[in-house]
Design a binder for this molecule. Structure first.
Ligand SMILES: [Zn+2]
Length: 284
């Protein structure tokens, strides 16, 4: 029986405010834990409008009905509407997630900045970005974070070197097929190896769950609070029904890391590649 983790990324204010309560209710009904990767800082989603100038991105937005999923306000945050703080606006909700037995991990300070501009961010800027993120986490939960999952699954060698000083126990920054150790910093990487709904549709996710049900490695399903906690809530339930019926053992990522045999993992360097259904390259 394979182990399955739900890696639930919170990218926007809307996802934090309305997506999370929906998702939590669903998880509660199934009696299963999840790993929430929270963006704590400003929601500047509106800056994504600049990306509309890139045809591949525009196509993806139309294909996935992005305005329906994210809402019109989200599309304007950080442009004509001020950028609201995401996790920092909801400290009690985040504490509650942890008290309910879910894992809370770090996803972003400014999601948009990292996802769109990482290659152009200086070392100093990356360091400040991570510092703000970790401080916001500690301010909220009064403990050090264990895991970090990079926005948009985008990492580079400099960020891998810089992140070493922040004391994370593991990373979940890539779309590789199995856990490994980064040659750049010696840290364990637990990748999101399953596709998400936006990439392959609900049937596509279910097909991969069926194919991987007896896989020896942990399966990590990327979920977005804005998506599965919004228009795709019923699809999320269908996916969970299937996972339960296939006998998956649902675990938090930090617990998977505790059980993993580090000596059994191979070490390799960061790579970038295209994933079906994604407009841009991501770390693999
Ligand atoms: Zn994200």
């Amino acid at each position: 029986m394979s182990v399955l983790a739900l890696k639930i990324d919170v990218d926007t204010y809307q996802g934090m405010k309305t997506g999370i309560p929906h998702i939590v209710k669903v998880l509660d009904k199934y009696g299963i834990p999840a790993s929430f990767f929270i963006s704590f800082g400003p929601d500047r989603s509106g800056l994504a409008a600049l990306q509309l100038l890139r045809p591949k991105f525009l196509y993806k937005m139309i294909r996935t009905n992005a305005p329906g999923m994210y809402g019109i306000k989200t599309a304007l945050y950080g442009t004509i509407l001020p950028a609201p703080m995401i996790g920092l606006s909801f400290p009690e909700d985040i504490k509650h997630l942890s008290e309910m037995g879910h894992e809370v991990a770090c996803h972003a300070w400014d999601h948009r900045l990292w996802q769109d501009w990482l290659p152009l961010m200086s070392r100093n800027r990356i360091d400040i970005w991570l510092d703000r993120l970790v401080n916001a986490y500690m301010e909220t939960l009064c403990e050090r974070p264990q895991g970090f999952g990079a926005p948009g699954w985008r990492m580079d060698k400099r960020a891998l070197e810089i992140i070493n000083r922040f004391g994370f126990k593991y990373l979940s920054c890539t779309r590789a097929s199995m856990p490994f150790i980064f040659r750049e910093n010696g840290m364990i990487e637990i990748p999101s190896n399953l596709p998400c709904i936006e990439e392959v549709g609900t049937k596509g996710v279910i097909r991969v769950l069926e194919d991987n049900a007896d896989s020896p490695g942990p399966q990590v399903l990327p979920v977005h609070a804005e998506v599965e906690g919004g228009l795709y809530e019923n699809d999320f339930k269908q996916i969970l029904d299937k996972a339960m019926s296939l006998g998956y053992n649902i675990e938090r990522i930090d617990n998977i890391v505790k059980d993993i045999d580090r000596k059994g993992l191979h070490m390799r360097g960061l790579q970038q590649g295209f994933i079906p259904g994604r407009a841009f390259k991501c770390s693999v």
